[in-house]
Write a protein that binds this ligand. Structure first.
Ligand code: SF4
Ligand code: SF4
Length: 109
């Protein structure tokens, strides 16, 4: 999950799960609010969902964790089917810098 300049271009409405946590400050641990991925796909999301704009097709809701998750990490076989799953999950986590802080400067309002 991350930031694209286009994501911060203009005010607009994005749909998030009603139980999603509030977006934390930039640099704070990612809490799966989903705002960045609902606004626009990251480079991996563009590849996985075959579009450059709008909500990433791979954004998923984790009911038990009450947070959004990257579908490419959760189910790499669906989005990167030609790669062995452990490789795909590892690459996806590296591409999206999973485990690092929130890198989105989007403002939820
Ligand atoms: S990177 Fe930030 S905006 Fe994106 S899901 Fe994580 S907390 Fe939300
Ligand atoms: S590929 Fe994953 S991290 Fe990237 S925009 Fe889609 S759901 Fe978010």
């Amino acid at each position: 999950m991350g930031t694209d300049p286009e994501r911060a271009a203009a005010p607009r409405i994005v749909m998030l799960h009603p139980a999603a946590p509030t977006k934390p400050a930039e640099g704070a641990p990612c809490n799966g609010c989903g705002l960045c991925c609902a606004a626009a796909p990251c480079p991996l999301g563009m590849f996985a969902s075959r579009r450059r704009h709008g909500r990433c097709a791979a954004l998923t809701w984790d009911e038990s964790g009450a947070r959004h998750r990257c579908g490419v990490v959760v189910d790499p076989g669906r989005w990167l089917p030609w790669l062995p799953r452990p490789w795909a999950r590892h690459l996806a986590r590296r591409w999206i810098a999973a485990g690092s802080g929130c890198d989105s400067d989007l403002i939820a309002g």
